[in-house]
Design a protein around this ligand. Structure first.
Ligand SMILES: CC(C)(COP(=O)(O)OP(=O)(O)OC[C@H]1O[C@@H](n2cnc3c(N)ncnc32)[C@H](O)[C@@H]1OP(=O)(O)O)[C@@H](O)C(=O)NCCC(=O)NCCS
Length: 400
């Protein structure tokens, strides 16, 4: 028996929840102005949950967005964020109760997916989330980064002042093709967080937009850290989305021309982003890391499995979901569709492992080798690898 309750918060409780979340991340509470101008506008009504004993001790929230799936379809996803339990109440099952309540609520809203960015790698598997996109970070040494003469040059780059960017970026982002599985829409609840970051940053947050033959076709948001007159300066790419290779080339051409910069850094980029192909010395681009990016949860397993495209031969999955138990069962998955089946399973896997193969981030055979998937016969793994493969690596590119 737990000695606390979990329920949806009333609007007059939202600020306490936001401050509690900030406390769990070791941040000071929002000022009145920050709360009014930004934080309050990030909350979708009815989507913040709280755990109480004598007072609020834990919280989670979400907002609705859409995620791109292999084959190009989009599906509803609850973007989960604001997860925190008061430090004097951790490790006694409070997050577990909040997650259970939140997933049940998301399922009752008919959303097939939930997704989040994890502060730590050990928290979310147990709730059925799995790493579904991975990213790469790199740095470019500007002295070594000479553009190849054959890199096509086309289009124009224009700076948008912050107010223009705030007004026009939502539409520009929405108009760019979501070519990779894992890319998400940015609904109105997302943008106030971006605005807050841009307005409260200590160095200017600059938006440069590439114009191609049909108008804006890509943008980069960046900031330059230059503490003292003679210190080396680092240009940090905060967001970069393009519709075409020309826009990608044009924006990097622009960034390399920004004065008073020694190093350019890009974090959480697609694993196959071709930055080094632009330079005479491909070692001008150095990997600085990478890792898990988006964590996905298949909330409605049959709907989620049925929403993406597949290639090759059918495979029967036996999915185990300890939290949303109606998802547990056997599914025949094939390019012709997905259906529940009584046939013997080819692969047995947890719903968290299913999320890891669902957007193609991991091959089923690799998860089987690591013991995360149990094949009835190892020969089926090649079929499963082909079934879940994607033509382009998944990537989200949106932080929330
Ligand atoms: C992460 C957090 C919300 C977990 O809350 P909690 O109430 O302690 O979680 P629970 O007690 O329900 O934990 C469930 C299980 O996960 C484990 N777990 C949870 N968080 C963990 C962590 N950070 N490190 C290691 N194990 C963790 C618990 O040990 C427990 O394991 P058990 O079932 O084997 O006993 C809380 O530690 C917190 O607020 N952290 C700081 C803020 C943060 O990182 N938020 C997440 C943002 S994405």
């Amino acid at each position: 028996m737990s000695d606390y309750t979990v329920r949806t918060l009333r609007p007059d409780e939202h600020r306490t929840a936001a401050d509690l979340f900030r406390l769990t991340l070791h941040h000071v509470p929002a000022t009145d102005e920050t709360w009014r101008r930004f934080t309050e506008r990030m909350l979708q009504p009815g989507r913040t949950l709280g755990a109480f004993d004598t007072e609020l001790i834990g919280t989670v929230r979400s907002f609705d967005a859409e995620i791109t799936l292999p084959g190009g379809a989009r599906a509803g996803v609850a973007a989960v964020t604001g997860v925190g339990v008061r430090p004097d109440r951790t490790r006694r099952g409070i997050l577990t109760e909040l997650m259970r309540a939140q997933l049940t609520d998301i399922a009752s809203r008919g959303l097939p997916f939930a997704a989040l960015r994890a502060s730590e790698g050990v928290i979310y598997n147990r709730f059925g989330y799995g790493v579904t996109t991975r990213s790469r970070s790199y740095r470019i040494d500007r002295r070594r980064a000479v553009l190849r003469a054959d890199v096509p040059a086309a289009g124009q780059v224009e700076l948008w002042p912050l107010d223009t960017a705030l007004e026009r970026l939502p539409e520009l982002y929405a108009s760019l093709p979501h070519t990779r599985p894992g890319m998400m829409t940015r609904p109105p609840y997302w943008w106030p967080g971006w605005e807050r970051h841009a307005r409260e940053a200590t160095s200017p947050v600059v938006t440069a937009v590439h114009h191609g033959p049909n108008g804006p076709d890509g943008y980069v948001v960046y900031t330059v850290e230059r503490k003292n007159w003679n210190d080396p300066a680092v240009l940090e790419v905060l967001s970069l989305h393009t519709a075409t290779g020309e826009a990608f080339n044009g924006l990097w051409r622009y960034l390399l021309g920004v004065d008073l910069v020694d190093t350019l850094r890009a974090e959480e980029r697609p694993v196959d982003e071709p930055a080094e192909l632009l330079f005479t010395d491909l070692r001008a681009v150095q990997d600085t890391g990478g890792g898990d990016e988006l964590w996905l949860r298949l909330v409605d397993v049959p709907a989620a499995l049925g929403a993406r495209e597949y290639a090759g031969e059918p495979v029967v999955l036996e999915v185990v979901d300890p939290v949303l138990e109606t998802n547990s069962g056997r599914y025949q998955v094939s390019p012709d569709g997905v259906r529940r089946t009584g046939a013997a399973a080819d692969l047995r896997l947890g719903v968290d492992a299913l999320a890891m193969i669902y957007l193609g981030a991991w091959r089923p055979s690799l998860l089987a080798a690591a013991g995360r998937i149990q094949p009835a016969d190892p020969a089926v793994l090649l079929r499963a690898d082909r079934l879940f493969a994607t033509s382009v690596p998944a990537w989200c590119g949106t932080h929330f």
